[in-house]
Design a protein around this ligand. Sequence first.
Ligand code: HEM
Length: 299
Amino acid sequence: MSDFKNQVRKITELVGGFPVSEYIPSLAWIDHIRGLNAKAEEVSKTFGDLMDKVVQEHLDSRDKQTMDLVDILLSFERQNKDGIEIRRSDIKFIILDLFLGGTATTHSLLEWTMTELIRHPECMKKLQDEIRGDTTKLNIYRSHEEVEDMKYLKAVIKEGLRLHPSLPLLVPRLLTEDVKLKGYDIAEGTQVIINAWAIQRDTVTWGMDAEEFRPERHLDSPLDFRGTNFEYIPFGSGRRICPGIGFAMALVEVTLANLVNRFNWRMDVRFSEDEYNLAEAPGIDVCRKFPLIVFPSTA
Ligand code: HEM
């Protein structure tokens, strides 16, 4: 499992990397020396094998009662639905896309949000007060329905997404036609990279304390992350907007609520240097450079 996690990390590092050959094709040999090609082949084989296994397992248990997403996709295989034919290779890529899109991002958001809560004990206390309410039974599981109305919890997660968007440069786009923008001519085929990280720390929108973790700013804010407010786009915008928003938020809300409800958290004193705590790893998803090490104690 830990090797698998390493492979996911490798793929996100590769996708977020800077392949020289993409910009200066005659210097492709530099990528070769940097070992990029070998790394790409390694992760491609690992994930190819894994997807083969997932598909085979589903084919072997076809007569089971309930169908999951892979079963449904396999049932469409080779059928021509509305002019679209789904092949085995398409199915494997859809599963891989969901898998990569849904794991590292959600995990990274949780880890960064916990980091900020530990750096800001007053926010942690406020959140615990909201989640624990006046109950004395702290070991009770907080369900999805219960967290639905927790405004501060949602504000904390929104602030985590603002300061640490899991995909800070979203996913690169290519212009499909020539565009004129603010007096500039931009040619078809140009790669466009949108810096959501910088947009979400812009003092014009967020005020002079834009770099600060302050969940309260979301309590009465009309800004939403569903792609219509361009000042806040942690899930992107437009036709390529993240299709997993609902799933991601449900998962992170319930997980975070239960983590802080049941336990009090303390960080190892060795890791109290802010710079160390906030160091980011390279890659398309900017996760923590060093894993967050915290100790729980029962509340
Ligand atoms: C905190 C969690 C998540 C964050 C911050 C996040 C963020 C993003 C962003 C920024 C994009 C690119 C959108 C764009 O360029 O406009 C994206 C794409 C995508 N996400 Fe998420 N995501 C998260 C969770 C998930 C989950 C849970 C799933 C699925 C189970 C998922 C599946 C996908 C897929 C398949 C794409 C590619 C869509 C496409 O290009 O057509 N994501 N996500």
